[in-house]
Design a protein around this ligand. Structure first.
Ligand code: BES
Ligand code: ZN
Ligand code: ZN
Length: 498
C-alpha cells in the first residue's frame, strides 16, 4: 500500500471511504468527525446519540453519506478514552480500520488525522497511523495458489489534510512510516519463508538483492573463507547440514569516512532442529524463525539506507542450519573459536551463542562505536518475559538507555535483565575455557554472559527476541506469524543517533 498526502477538504474529496476517529465518552463528534457530521446532516451525531457507536478502542462503524459529500462512506473508528490514548493505540486503531476496509473489498482508503484536541504532535500521529495501517495489512501469500486467499489488497492510503501548517510534517512522517514498514515487511518475508526455501545461501542471495536495491556493500564468506579466519564455532554448528554456511555482511556508509560504525549482528539459524541434542517434534516447525535476528538486522540496515541516515552501519549475519547429520558436532566436542577461546559443547541446541561468538569477534574488525546483537537465543527468555517482550542485557548504560527510549517510541517492548557476573561460574568448563550451557535456571543470563566474552571492550548490548519473533496470535497491528520484531526498534535507535 502506498501512502500519499493531499491538501484538500474532506468535504470535497471523492473516495470510497473516509476514515475518522472518535473518542469514547465524547458526547459529540470532534475534529474531522464533527466537520463531516456538519456536512452530512448529523449522521455521525445520530449514531453516537442513539448509542450505536461508543468509540470503544478498535471498534468501528460504517455510514453512507448518500451524496451529501463526494466521499461515499465514512468509517468512524473508536479511539478509546482520551485520557488513555497514545501512539501505540493509534497504530492499533489504524491497523484494525485498514483490515476492516480490506474486508469490504475497497482498494483505496482516505484518512483524516484530525481527532480534535490531543497532546500528540501531528507528525508523530501521522507516522503511527501510517505504520499501524501498513503493518496490520501484512500478509504472506507467495505460497498461496488459490485466488480467494490473495485477493483484496488496499493499494493506496491518502491522508487528507487541509490545515496548511501541518502538511510538511505529515508528508515527512508518512514517508518515514512507509520506509520503515517496507523494512518490517522485508524482515517478515524473510522469516515467513519456509526453511526449504530459506537456506543460508538463499538468505545470502536475498541479502545481496536487498543490498543492490539499497546501494549497500555486500559480502558473504563461504566455509573455506571462514576456515581461514578460524571460525570453528560457526563451522562446528554447520557440520551437521548439507547446506553450506555463510557469513553475510552488509555495509551502509552514510556517515563520515572513518567514523566508527554501529555494528548490528543477527542470529541466522535458518532452521534449528537442535542438532544431536534434538528438539521435540511438536512446534519444531517454528524454528524456521531462528533467523529472525538476522532478518531484522538486514532489514534495519536497508531502512537506514532508505532513510539516508548520516551514519555508518554494518550488519553481520552468521547463517547456517543446525541439523543432526552424520558429521554433526556432538555434545562433548570442544571447538576453538575465532577469538582463540575454546568451548566445550554440552548441548548442540545451544548453537546460537556459538555462531554469534565468531560473528562478534568478526564484528571487532570494523572498529565499532557500538555492537548490538539480536537473536532468538533462549527459551528461558520466553519463560521469563513472555511472548511480547525482548530481553536486553549489555555492558553500556548509555546504549541501553538509548535502546529503551527507542523501545518506548516504537512500542517494540524490551526489558532489561541483569548481566550478573557471578553466573559466570555456571559456564566454567572442566576441560575447555567455557562451556556452551549453564543451568536451566537463568538461561537467558548465562547465554548473554557467554556472548559477552566475545564482544570485546566496545559498548555492547544483546537483545533476546525468542518470545516476540513469531507470534501465535494476532496483536493489534502485528498479524500472527513473523512479527519483524527489532526493525522498528533498531531503525528508531539509528534515527535518534543520526
Ligand atoms: N533457537 C532456540 C531458542 C528459542 C526457543 C527460540 C524458543 C525461540 C523460541 C535456541 O537455539 C535453543 O534451542 N536454546 C536452548 C538453549 C539450551 C539448550 C541451553 C533453549 O532455550 O532451550
Ligand atoms: Zn537451539
Ligand atoms: Zn536456535
Amino acid at each position: 500500500m502506498n501512502i500519499t498526502v493531499t491538501k484538500e477538504s474532506l468535504a470535497d474529496f471523492d473516495c470510497e471511504v473516509l476514515l475518522v476517529g472518535h473518542f469514547e465518552g465524547n458526547k459529540a463528534p470532534e475534529g474531522a468527525a464533527r466537520f463531516l457530521d456538519e456536512q452530512c446532516n448529523g449522521i455521525i451525531g445520530e449514531l453516537i446519540d442513539g448509542g450505536d457507536f461508543e468509540g470503544k478502542l478498535y471498534t468501528s462503524s460504517v455510514v453512507y453519506t448518500r451524496g451529501s459529500i463526494p466521499g461515499k462512506r465514512i468509517l468512524i473508528a473508536g479511539l478509546g478514552a482520551k485520557e488513555e490514548f497514545d501512539l501505540e493505540k493509534l497504530r492499533g486503531v489504524f491497523s484494525k480500520a485498514a483490515q476492516k476496509i480490506r474486508g469490504l473489498n475497497i482498494t483505496q482508503m482516505a484518512v483524516s488525522l484530525d481527532f480534535g484536541e490531543t497532546k500528540f504532535a501531528i507528525g508523530d500521529m501521522a507516522r503511527a497511523a501510517a505504520e499501524g495501517a501498513l503493518l496490520g495489512l501484512y500478509r504472506f501469500t507467495p505460497y498461496k495458489t488459490l485466488e480467494e486467499d490473495k485477493k483484496g489488497e488496499i493499494t493506496e492510503c491518502i491522508i487528507v489534510e487541509d490545515r496548511p501548517e501541518h502538511l510538511e510534517e505529515i508528508k515527512k512522517n508518512a514517508q518515514t512510516a512507509q520506509i520503515i514498514s517496507r523494512a518490517v515487511y522485508c524482515a517478515r518475508d524473510l522469516v515467513s519463508t519456509p526453511p526449504n526455501d530459506m537456506t543460508p545461501s538463499i538468505l545470502a542471495d536475498r541479502a545481496n538483492a536487498i543490498a543492490k536495491e539499497a546501494h549497500l556493500t555486500f559480502e558473504a564468506l563461504n566455509e573455506a573463507a571462514m576456515e581461514k579466519l578460524g571460525m570453528n564455532a560457526l563451522l562446528g554448528v554447520a557440520r551437521g547440514s548439507a547446506e553450506e554456511a555463510r557469513l553475510i555482511t552488509l555495509q551502509y556508509n552514510g556517515g563520515g569516512k572513518g567514523t566508527p560504525p554501529v555494528v548490528l549482528v543477527g542470529k541466522g539459524i535458518t532452521f534449528d532442529s537442535g542438532g544431536i541434542s534434538i528438539k521435540p517434534s511438536e512446534k519444531m516447525d517454528e524454528m524456521k524463525s531462528d533467523m529472525a535476528g538476522g532478518a531484522a538486522v538486514i532489514a534495519t540496515i536497508k531502512a537506514a539506507a532508505d532513510l539516508k541516515l548520516p551514519l555508518n552501519v554494518v550488519a553481520i549475519v552468521p547463517a547456517t542450519e543446525n541439523l543432526p547429520g552424520g558429521r554433526a558436532y556432538k555434545p562433548g566436542d570442544i571447538l576453538k573459536t575465532m577469538s582463540g577461546l575454546t568451548v566445550e559443547i554440552k548441548n548442540t541446541d545451544a548453537e546460537g551463542r556459538l555462531i554469534l561468538a565468531d560473528a562478534l569477534t568478526f564484528a571487532g574488525r570494523y572498529n565499532p562505536a557500538a555492537i548490538i546483537d539480536m537473536a532468538t537465543l533462549t527459551g528461558a527468555c520466553v519463560v521469563a518475559l513472555g511472548d511480547n517482550l525482548a530481553g536486553m542485557m549489555g555492558t553500556d548504560e548509555d546504549l541501553k538507555k538509548r535502546l529503551s527510549a527507542a523501545s518506548d517510541a516504537t512500542g517494540e517492548m524490551i526489558w532489561e535483565l541483569p548481566l550478573w557476573h557471578e553466573y559466570n561460574e555456571l559456564i566454567k568448563s572442566d576441560v575447555a575455557d567455557i562451556k556452551n550451557v549453564g543451568t536451566r535456571a537463568g538461561g537467558t543470563i548465562t547465554a548473554a554472559l557467554f556472548l559477552k566474552r566475545f564482544a570485546g571492550d566496545c559498548p555492547w548490548v544483546h537483545l533476546d527476541i525468542a518470545g516476540p519473533a513469531l507470534l501465535s496470535t494476532d496483536r493489534p497491528y502485528i498479524p500472527k506469524g513473523a512479527s519483524g520484531i527489532g526493525v522498528r526498534l533498531l531503525a528508531q535507535f539509528l534515527m535518534d543517533r543520526g
